[in-house]
Design a protein around this ligand. Structure first.
Ligand code: FE
Length: 337
């Protein structure tokens, strides 16, 4: 119902330009980039005839949904990271969705028991290790990162970045506050330089010899390999899937939620059921070198070539709950300082 839109929201029409006006539509607020979303919305429109309008937001999704209230045109939100998903849910601007289709497509640990959010893809937070200076098996756990043998050899982005807060939340969940604090201090004292830059900048630093290992998300390997300027960085490292002691590899998700106001609720449900289907997850995952999570789905070949791993079995809701405490710890050890 676009006539309802008062704010200057620019909707990029994701449907084919030549298509006639659609009787049905659904509106999406997305923190994810157009090139990741378009293949999905095109496939959905092809299959259902429902037009998808996507507003691509850089920030302020929660504030916008709150300000728009029950007049919001948005039906569905797409974002990454459990912290952002839970921020939308905690703001009270989503609604519970009950669907057997979705529940059978999304494993329990990757969805809200109350149905307010659902995961679509995962990415693992792994270790990039120098092929030249780190031997196979030299680093196998996240706990290892605090070992003094890595003194002056680790690079990372800010400890306060959502990716690292989630990782710290997991450490906190597995080990409790005292050990998590010790771990943070240990990692900090092993850093080759103050936390800075993004995940790829750390791999570049390995390539240039500034450090030997870094922490980063898996899909950046695919992105670096696809960029001629960054291929050399990628070639200088290999991916190690660390685990927590006695647990699995830390993953985070991209996910979807239905807004509380959803003016096109039926279409929103159709879109969400489509997005969680193995086929759609595979399209979505392949666009950013991520992992689809439906039981019968698999990642693209290059992603598969990085190796197999067992995701940490903790429910992401649990990690979201640890977030405030994790942030406090990271600040208390002045991780970035
Ligand atoms: Fe990222």
């Amino acid at each position: 119902m676009f006539s309802k839109i008062k704010s200057a929201v620019l909707f990029a029409t994701a449907a084919a330009v030549a298509a006639p006006a659609f009787a049905d539509e659904v509106n999406v607020y997305s923190y994810r980039q157009p090139e990741l979303i378009k293949p999905l919305t095109d496939a959905f429109t092809d299959e259902t005839g429902i037009k998808v309008n996507v507003a691509f937001l850089k920030k302020g999704m929660v504030e916008r949904l709150q300000a728009e209230g029950d007049r919001s045109p948005a039906d569905v939100v797409l974002t990454v990271d459990i912290s952002r998903l839970s921020a939308v849910v905690n703001a009270g601007v989503t609604q519970s969705v009950e669907s057997d289709v979705i529940n059978s497509n999304v494993p329990e640990i990757y969805r809200d028991p109350e149905g307010h959010w659902f995961g679509l893809t995962t990415r693992a937070r792994i270790i990039y290790a120098s092929k030249d200076r780190v031997a196979d098996g030299e680093v196998t756990t996240y706990e290892d990162l605090a070992d003094p043998k890595w003194k002056g050899r680790i690079c990372t982005r800010s400890g306060l970045h959502a990716y690292n807060v989630a990782l710290t939340s997991a450490i906190l969940h597995h080990h409790g506050e005292a050990e998590a604090t010790e771990w943070l201090q240990g990692v900090k004292s092993n850093l080759a330089r103050k936390p800075q830059g993004n995940d790829r900048a750390q791999v570049k630093a390995i390539w240039s010899g500034e450090c030997d290992i870094s922490v980063g998300n898996t899909y950046y390997m695919g992105k670096m390999l696809a960029d001629p300027e960054q291929q050399g960085w990628a070639d200088s490292v290999r991916i190690v899937f660390p685990t927590f002691e006695n647990a699995g590899t830390h993953v985070n998700i991209s996910g979807v939620a239905m807004t509380k106001a959803a003016p096109n609720k039926e279409n929103a449900l159709k879109l969400m059921e489509f997005l969680t289907s193995p086929k759609a997850q595979e399209i979505y995952a392949s666009a950013n070198y991520e992992y689809p999570i439906a039981p019968t789905s698999s990642p693209v070949e290059i992603v598969e070539s990085w190796g197999e791993f067992t995701p940490d079995p903790v429910n992401l809701m649990t990690l979201a709950g640890e977030r405030p405490a994790a942030l406090k710890l990271i600040e208390s050890v002045d991780f970035d300082g």
